[in-house]
Design a protein around this ligand. Structure first.
Ligand SMILES: C[S@@+](CC[C@H](N)C(=O)[O-])C[C@H]1O[C@@H](n2cnc3c(N)ncnc32)[C@H](O)[C@@H]1O
Length: 245
């Protein structure tokens, strides 16, 4: 099964590929890019949904995105051209952990991609390397809303509770200037979009050779979510500035 087919179908119609609704994305971006002439970098940008919004809203902003998924970047390029912002967007097909740039950036985003760096703190280290002295970081990652069971840990990996996560971020030299905890509705919507979009596509395309497998993937994912991690999974998106030394 082509992983990109799953990724493309499963995120259809959702504002970004993370558990955040339209209004939350807008509020978080407003706190991150508010001057209008910024240079913005997204590490693990996927289809560049965060950057495309920013570029469409601020004609003076320029942006770069980094992702290892060539098909996602191709869709981002197409969407950028359609929005008329392609001239201000550079996309790099690269490992975000290895990415280097001659510029510093006023804002560095990385939402739902901390696994690319080995966790939240290494993601913040990577962001710091690219960040202008008075820049802002927008980072989104999981935390445990409740003590997880063994299955949740096995499916999702290791996280901390919210207060511990925030303590670690602060001890790492960052000051939160805004934040958003994904609501129950945002968390559930994200899963319903994921599983529902796949299932609907499979039902609409019974002739497709992948149709039965896609239906099965949607059902397995739904069961893992409901039995494995729905009660323990939380998602936190922070706007951070460096804490003065
Ligand atoms: C959950 S998606 C989030 C995409 C985007 N940040 C958003 O919120 O819409 C995670 C993204 O990280 C990308 N990714 C995973 N490992 C990566 C790596 N080592 N370097 C760059 N991107 C990576 C995936 O291809 C995927 O597009």
């Amino acid at each position: 099964m082509d992983r990109d087919k799953i990724s493309r179908l499963s995120r259809a119609g959702h504002p970004v590929n993370s558990p955040l609704d339209d209004e939350s994305v807008r509020r978080l971006l407003r706190r991150t890019v508010d001057r209008g002439g910024e240079r913005v970098l997204d590490l693990g940008c996927g289809e560049a949904a965060w950057l495309l919004r920013t570029l469409a809203e601020h004609p003076g902003v320029t942006a770069e995105g980094v992702d290892t998924s060539a098909p996602s970047l191709a869709r981002a390029r197409k969407e950028a051209a359609g929005l008329g912002v392609g001239q201000r967007l550079v996309l790099h097909h690269a490992d975000a952990a290895e990415f280097t740039s001659p510029h510093l950036f006023d804002a560095v985003l990385s939402v739902g991609a901390t696994h690319a760096f080995g966790g939240l703190l290494p993601t913040l280290d990577a962001a710091r390397r690219h960040l202008a002295p008075d820049g802002r970081v927008l980072v989104g990652d999981a935390y445990w809303e409740r003590e997880p069971g063994a299955e949740a840990r096995e499916l999702l990996g290791e996280y901390e509770d919210l207060a511990t996560t925030m303590d670690r971020v602060a001890a790492h030299g960052w000051t939160p200037v805004f934040g958003h905890l994904s609501t129950r509705q945002e968390l559930d919507d994200f899963e319903w979009y994921w599983t529902g979009s796949l299932a609907a596509w499979a039902l609409d395309h019974p002739e497709d050779p992948d149709s039965a497998e896609i239906l099965d993937i949607a059902a397995t994912h739904r069961s893992q979510w409901l039995r494995g991690y729905r009660e323990s999974f939380g998602f936190l998106t922070l706007v951070l500035r460096r804490t003065p030394a």
